[in-house]
Design a protein. Structure first.
Length: 85
């Protein structure tokens, strides 16, 4: 039995589909350089981006990040958002 090919809606994400990313900022709003494992992260949707930052915010704070801003491509979605309570 041969199954039909996957519909286009289930295709794997490609790099161009990962438009969501975080800008990491210090207290003055300047961009902070962080290790590539954090800086290189891009996401397919807003929910994935928000989940990821929720998992790594303590590590980002330890790298000197005070706040993050969420972007979709070059459009600011929201932020800066403090990493401290």
């Amino acid at each position: 039995m041969n199954l039909p090919e996957q519909p286009a809606t289930f295709r794997p994400a490609v790099e161009g589909d990962r438009a969501w990313w975080w800008r990491f900022e210090d207290a003055a709003g300047a961009e902070v350089d962080v290790p590539e494992e954090y800086a290189g992260q891009r996401f397919a949707n807003q929910g994935d981006a928000e989940s990821w930052v929720g998992e790594v915010f303590a590590a980002l704070a330890a790298e000197g990040v005070e706040a993050v801003t969420l972007l979709e491509d070059q459009r600011r979605v929201y932020g800066p958002m403090s990493l401290h309570p």
